[in-house]
Design a protein around this ligand. Sequence first.
Ligand code: PDD
Length: 283
Amino acid sequence: MRTFYVSGAFVPEDQAQVSVLDRGFLFGDAVYEVSTVIGGKLVDNAAHLARLERSLSELRIAPPLPLSDIPALQKELIARNNLKEGVLYLQISRGSADRDFGFPADPKPVLVMFTQARPVLDVPAVKTGISVISLEDWRWKRRDIKSVNLLAPVLAKQAAKDAGVADAWMVEDGVVTDGSSNNAYIVTVDGTIVTRNLGNHILAGITRKAVLALAEEEGLTIEERGFTLDEAYAAAEAFVTSASTFVLPVVEIDGKAVSQGVPGPITQKLRQHYIAFAEATAD
Ligand code: PDD
């Protein structure tokens, strides 16, 4: 049985509990981070904790402990679960109080963490690529905050599943914003990497930042702007990035093959570079 971390204690999964009045449960009043573990070590974790700090501050949630204490707890959780490869989920809610929309007078935020073992480096989708469908992005207007209000992505992912594909790309005002839980990219026929510019309309992916830096080192041209579905249908390559998938090729969009319908060379190169970065810096 896995060991979970709940508010200061490491407990067996079947004893890991929060109150029914927890505001994460009642209002989605909580933020989260997903950090990847390879070789028993966390990938780019400091960047995830920096984004956590920002999400907390945007929602005016005071962390229940100094964020600098978190890495030691994460490492302890990884050790207790003997996790070699997978993800570590971390959530901080505003805590529990009798149901009332306004903040509680004396909030007691709740930190919960657990691990999920799963292959990260060697997954079949890397070789085959994934298919996606597009659908309307009707998330709220602060997608830069990594909140647990995930109903739109939940329904997007299920719509993809129902359509027999792996994921959905969300579209707003004619341009692609995010995948259901990843950042979306195309590579144009002239080799330019295009991905949505940062702002309140997308999540500033930690993997996105690292991958764009690696692409720049490679001398690749990057355009941070919205791209349309028509541009995506005509692209040479497409891919997504996230902590849990790293760089994953997209080979079909709305039933149309991207170029030859196989993972593209720039995508594969970026995945290799990202893995090398992750392995060299994991801590
Ligand atoms: N999702 N965009 C959205 C909407 C996301 O939910 C995520 C991450 C990303 C990629 O961000 P990062 O590279 O920091 O993981 C982009 C996580 C993995 C999840 O919800 O499971």
